[in-house]
Each structure stands twice: as C-alpha cells, then as structure tokens.
Design a protein around this ligand. Structure first.
Ligand SMILES: *[C@@H]1O[C@H](CO)[C@@H](O)[C@H](O)[C@H]1NC(C)=O
Ligand SMILES: *[C@@H]1O[C@H](CO)[C@@H](O)[C@H](O)[C@H]1NC(C)=O
Ligand SMILES: *[C@@H]1O[C@H](CO)[C@@H](O)[C@H](O)[C@H]1NC(C)=O
Ligand SMILES: *[C@@H]1O[C@H](CO)[C@@H](O)[C@H](O)[C@H]1NC(C)=O
Ligand SMILES: *[C@@H]1O[C@H](CO)[C@@H](O)[C@H](O)[C@H]1NC(C)=O
Ligand SMILES: *[C@@H]1O[C@H](CO)[C@@H](O)[C@H](O)[C@H]1NC(C)=O
Ligand SMILES: *[C@@H]1O[C@H](CO)[C@@H](O)[C@H](O)[C@H]1NC(C)=O
Ligand SMILES: *[C@@H]1O[C@H](CO)[C@@H](O)[C@H](O)[C@H]1NC(C)=O
Ligand SMILES: *[C@@H]1O[C@H](CO)[C@@H](O)[C@H](O)[C@H]1NC(C)=O
Length: 574
C-alpha cells in the first residue's frame, strides 16, 4: 500500500516533468518487500524487481526489444546515485542478465541498488535495498535477520526441513556440504532429527523440537569457498485432525453473575482455540441477540486480551464491562460467541438480579419497637382501665359470694364519730353504696338497737358483715375507743378466720399513727383515698376502687339502684 502510494506520487511527478524528456523516467521507488539482510562475507544476489512485479515483460523480451538494463546504487550515508563499479580489483560485484551478484557481499556494499530499463523514448526504474550485517559475536546468526517461521505438526513423522534460498548459488547437480545447527548448536547425533544435505529430516515431531534451525551451506566456486547461512524458526503446532471448534471456558453454567442494580457487571468471555491453519479466530458478544453496539441504552466497554500458548493454541478473552447495570440490563441475554473454520459456538452468561437480602436489623428493630409500643400501650391501658377491667370481669364471671355465707350486711362502716365524718358516711358513702350500687351498709349508730352493750353489739355486727370499711381521718385515731374496737375486731377476724375483709378509705390525711394495728393495716392493705369534690362523682375512680374491694353480688346493676333488685332480703332492720 505504502509502496503503491509512493509509486503513484512518483508517476505524478514524472507526468509533471514533461518539459525535459531526457530526464523522464518511471520511478517505482524502493521495493522493500523482499528485503532481507545478508551476512558479511557470504554470496548475495539482487534480481531486478522490474521484471517480476512492475512490468509486463521479462528480461529476455525486453532485451530483444532493444531496451538496456543499467544499475546504479546509493551507498549508506550518501546522497547521490552512482554507477556500480564492476571493475573493482576483487571483482566481487558482477551482473548477469537481470541479476546483480555479490561474491561475496561486504559490509560496504550496504545501500540501495537501482535497476533502470530504458531506450531513447522509454524509461522505468526501481530500487532494491541491500543490507549486509555481521553475525552476532559468539553466535551463528544475527538478531538483525528475522528468521522465517515454519510450522510443523505435532506427532507427525518424516518431515523435511529444507534449507531455504540457496538454489541458484551453486550449480545444479553439485552436492554442497551442509551443516545444521539447532539454536546455534551443531546438530550431531540429535534425537530423531537427521541432517541429510540441505534437508533436515524430523523422524518424529515433538513439542520440544521447537527451535531456530540454522543451515550453513558450503560450496566451492572458481576455487573459492563460499558459505550461505540461513535460519528457519520451527513452530510445533497441533495437527489438523486434532483441531476442534472453539472451547468457551467462560461464561459457563457453573458461574453465575448475581448483582443489584448500580453495580458493575463484568463478564469474561474466555475462549480457547486449537491451532488451525489459516482459520479465523473470532470472539464476540451478543446482547439480546444483537451486537452490543446496537443495543441502544446499554453503556458498556469491551477489552480484549490474546494469550498464545503452546502448540499454536490461543486463548482470547473479551471482557464485557457494564459499569452501572440497570434493572433492565440484568434481564438481558448476554451470550459469548466464538468461531473458527471448524464451526461456531456460543454460551449464555447467567446474569440475574440479586434477591434483596432481608434487612434483619431493620425488621428486628421494627418488631422490637412494635412490641415495646404494644407493651407500653397495654401497660397504659391496664394502668388506666384496670379498675374497669376488674369490674367488667367481676360483673360477668365473678361468683356471687353473698349467697349462703350467712351474713346480713355487706359493709360495716367504722368511722370517727365526728360531725364531718358522720356526714361523709351517712350522706356520701351510704348514698352511693346503698342507692347506686345496692349494697347493704351497717352503720352502728343507725342500725344498733338502743340499750344494748356496745362492745357485744359491735362485734356481732362485724361478724355479720362481709367488709369492714374504715374511714380514716385524724379524728379516727384520736377519738378512739369505739372506732379502734371496730378496727381491732375487723383485723382480728380478717387475720384469724378470713371471714371479713378490711377496706381502708382515707377520708383525710393522717400523720404517722401511734396505733399499732392501724400502722400494720395501712402497710398491708390498699388505702383508697378520698379526694374531695373530685371523688364525689359516682362513676369516678374512687368508687370504682371501692367497688373492686366490695363483695361480688349478682343481680345488682349500677343503673338500677333499686332495692328490689337485691338477691338478699333487706335484713337491715333485724
Ligand atoms: C519471457 O517471456 C516470453 C513471452 O512472454 C516467454 O516466451 C519466455 O519464455 C520468457 N522467458 C523467461 C526467461 O521467462
Ligand atoms: C569500506 O569503505 C570505507 C570507506 O568508504 C573504507 O575505508 C573501507 O576500507 C571499506 N572496507 C572494505 C572492507 O571494503
Ligand atoms: C534505501 O532507501 C530507503 C527508502 O528511500 C531508505 O529508507 C534507506 O535508508 C535506504 N538505504 C540506504 C542504505 O541508503
Ligand atoms: C522503446 O521502448 C518502448 C517500449 O518497449 C517501445 O514502445 C518503443 O518503441 C521503444 N523506442 C525505441 C526508439 O526503440
Ligand atoms: C528434500 O526434501 C524434499 C521434501 O521435503 C524433497 O522433495 C527433496 O527431494 C529433498 N532434497 C534432497 C536433496 O534430498
Ligand atoms: C526428506 O529428505 C530425504 C533426503 O534429504 C529424502 O530421502 C526423503 O524422501 C524426504 N522425505 C520426504 C517426506 O520428502
Ligand atoms: C563456512 O562455514 C563453516 C562452518 O560454519 C566454517 O568452518 C568455514 O570456515 C566457513 N567458510 C568461510 C569461507 O566462511
Ligand atoms: C440468548 O441468546 C442466544 C443467542 O443470541 C440464544 O441462543 C439463547 O437461546 C438466548 N437465551 C434466551 C434465554 O433467550
Ligand atoms: C469505557 O469506555 C469509555 C469510552 O469508550 C471510557 O471513557 C471509559 O473510561 C471506559 N471505562 C472503562 C472502565 O474502561
């Protein structure tokens, strides 16, 4: 390509140069295609490339047409063409037909050699480079000369490696002496490899025989010894019958790609190719059956790595990278495809969306929070409504304890005989407990018969009552005898027989009492506090608290307030 351009430019320049016909010449530039350095001191030849590549006729037809072939050269580091001196003392350069001979080529011969074919009206020329190098010190070759590569199939038998580019130097029919070297080591009694003249026969081809093989061809010409050194690079490859379709190592069915949107998806398409001469080795990605470039909203990159391995095998890795996958990308079909002359294979990558892992901590906290809230709520509900709950329970499931216990009164009221307390007991307590809740109260001063012995009667009353309601006030302790008698009797009954229950209602706050029984009672029993106005409302807390302490009575409803509803006969007047 480069040369053609050069040639075109050259032609164009020639066309411009019409003014001076004698100078006009088709210049094909420098033909570097077959350029190959030669060793210093070894024979070399340059065949004028005009006849092979650039002109339609060969040397003999051109010669007979009256055209002459002239050689020029430009030495290294020089800038003018000069004719070749064929009359050098050593006569080492000569021309034969279309070929320029060097017997031998010397370092100073390095340069570009131009052959020009012309008559008076026609001219055409092309240049050819000659590079003469020394062998590397201590080596049989020079690194400057890249050896030609020769393929040999593994396990093949009786294969000949023929020393190249030596024909034409020595007369046909003569048998030159040939030395073979493997990596510059003279081959003498080598395993399975036999030097046979210009041929090196491989009895068996093994991978270990992959190396650079150098032949040195030695011949005599006109009494002089000449050497030709050539090197071939043998590459041992897998034989054609072992070649297969490409093998896809990744993706596979064992490795899946599970991602959450936003993460980077990176899938390797790793394919192994066996050696297959002149075969394409193609690896490509398909996304949803299309080339990734044709998938409009897919942002991706593809990187390529080629890893050659033994026997001409090749691993090609094409990594598809989607820097930020979307949910949609995770639903696509990513397929890796590979092709060689043996066929086409493909393998789908298992890409899927990661199922969100339950956020245990969050749920735990939520659950715990909910539980705590529930507990708090229940506690609050219980705290504020336990009275109602207890009362509700009692109203529906409580057993009537008043039946057959042989008692006449529900409540014996013990209080300080003082105007204020009396009013509270007779009006408030009695009013609500008897009228609203239907309990039968025993109030000594109201219910006792005149003339009886106070003590006996008090004890008798208390024994016939289910509850002893003590109205506590500073006066209760002070005033004493009657009230304290009642308290002691009640507590004694409760402690000894459990036949009565003492209820403490604190009408007025009292200081620490000197009465031992009262102190004990206060410590052991709940004290229901009267809070004045606030407590007077019959459905209020005070009364509910009080009700809970009261005996369960069936057939008694809050709303009725009717004496007739009582299961028990009104014995109060006995
Ligand atoms: C040169 O070409 C002519 C005709 O094209 C052919 O007859 C002749 O054999 C050729 N000579 C060589 C040396 O190739
Ligand atoms: C090469 O050329 C240089 C000068 O151009 C000369 O001095 C030298 O002797 C030459 N060497 C040979 C081997 O001809
Ligand atoms: C021969 O010609 C090529 C192309 O013009 C140039 O690159 C190269 O240096 C030349 N070689 C010598 C030895 O002058
Ligand atoms: C020169 O060579 C060309 C091409 O072969 C030919 O056409 C032309 O007649 C020749 N001219 C002379 C004067 O021989
Ligand atoms: C060298 O081997 C080739 C085949 O590989 C054969 O055609 C040729 O005759 C052999 N040459 C000699 C000189 O044995
Ligand atoms: C290889 O070359 C040897 C001699 O160099 C020859 O006898 C033999 O036939 C050749 N083998 C093949 C397969 O060409
Ligand atoms: C040719 O090569 C052989 C072997 O490498 C060597 O012994 C001999 O001296 C060489 N001859 C010439 C003229 O370089
Ligand atoms: C994915 O695409 C490949 C070819 O592009 C096809 O063979 C395969 O059946 C598709 N898989 C699904 C699940 O569509
Ligand atoms: C992907 O390619 C784009 C442009 O082609 C480039 O800007 C970006 O850095 C690349 N990302 C990676 C991860 O290679």
């Amino acid at each position: 390509m480069k040369i053609r351009c050069l040639l075109l430019v050259a032609l164009w320049l020639c066309a411009l140069d019409l003014g001076s016909p004698s100078e006009r010449c088709d210049d094909w530039g420098v033909d570097t295609m077959k350029h190959k350095p030669v060793y210093n001191g070894e024979p070399a030849k340059i065949k004028c490339p005009l006849f092979e590549a650039f002109l339609k006729y060969n040397y003999s037809t051109a010669h007979s047409a009256g055209l002459t072939l002239i050689w020029y050269w430009i030495g290294r580091g020089q800038d003018i063409e000069e004719p070749i001196n064929f009359r050098l003392p050593d006569n080492h350069i000569s021309k034969e037909k279309d070929t320029l001979w060097f017997r031998p080529a010397l370092l100073n011969d390095t340069g570009n050699y131009t052959c020009m074919l012309r008559n008076t009206t026609y001219c055409s020329k092309v240049a050819f480079p000659l590079e003469v190098v020394d062998k590397d010190p201590g080596s049989c070759v020079s690194q400057a000369i890249r050896p030609e590569e020769v393929l040999m199939y593994l396990d093949y038998t009786n294969k000949n490696l023929t020393c190249p580019d030596v024909e034409g130097f020595y007369p046909a029919g003569t048998k030159p002496k040939v030395w073979w070297y493997m990596n510059c080591k003279l081959m003498d009694n080598f395993n399975e490899r036999y030097p046979r003249g210009i041929n090196l026969t491989f009895g068996f081809v093994r991978e270990a025989y992959q190396a650079d093989y150098t032949c040195v061809v030695s011949y005599k010409e006109n009494g002089r010894d000449f050497n030709l050194t050539r090197t071939l690079r043998v590459k041992v490859v897998g034989p054609p019958d072992k070649a297969t379709v490409p093998t896809i190592i990744s993706p596979n069915k064992q490795v899946g790609y599970e991602l959450t949107p936003g993460e980077a998806l990176e899938i390797r398409c790793e394919v192994q190719f066996t050696f297959l001469k002149d075969s394409p080795q193609e690896v490509w990605w398909m996304v949803d059956g299309k080339s990734p470039e044709d998938v409009s909203d897919l942002k991706f990159n593809i990187t390529l790595t080629e890893i050659p391995s033994s026997l001409g095998e090749m691993t090609i890795v094409k990594t598809l990278v989607v820097p930020k996958v979307t949910e949609r990308d995770l639903k696509r079909n990513y397929t890796c495809c590979a092709h060689n002359l043996k066929g086409t294979v493909h393998q789908e990558a298992m890409v899927k969306m990661k199922v969100p892992v339950p956020r245990y901590t969050v749920e735990l906290v939520c659950g715990l929070g909910a539980t705590i809230v529930l507990v708090v709520l229940l506690t609050l509900v219980y705290h504020f409504y336990w009275l109602e709950m207890v009362l509700f329970y009692r109203a529906h499931f409580g057993t009537d304890e008043t039946i057959l216990d042989g008692k006449e009164y529900d409540i014996y009221v013990s209080y300080a005989r003082n105007a204020e307390e009396e009013e509270f007991v007779l009006l408030t307590l009695r009013g609500v407990l008897e009228n609203e809740f239907g309990y039968k109260l025993c109030i000594f001063d109201r219910d006792s018969l005149p003339g009886g012995i106070v003590t006996d009667e008090t004890l008798s009353f208390i024994q016939r009552s289910r509850r002893l309601l003590v109205v506590l006030s500073p006066n209760y302790v002070l005033q004493g005898t009657q009230a304290l008698l009642e308290l002691k009797a009640g507590l004694e009954n409760m402690a000894a027989r459990g036949s009565i229950k003492v209820i403490l209602v604190q009408y007025q706050a009292i200081k620490k009492s000197k009465v031992k029984e009262l102190r004990r009672a206060k410590a052991a029993l709940t004290v229901i506090k009267w809070q004045g106005e606030k407590s007077s409302y019959p459905r209020g807390r005070f009364w509910k608290q009080l009700l809970v302490e009261m005996p369960v009575k069936s057939g008694r409803t809050k709303s009725s307030g009717q004496e007739q509803d009582f299961a028990q006969p009104p014995l109060g007047d006995v």
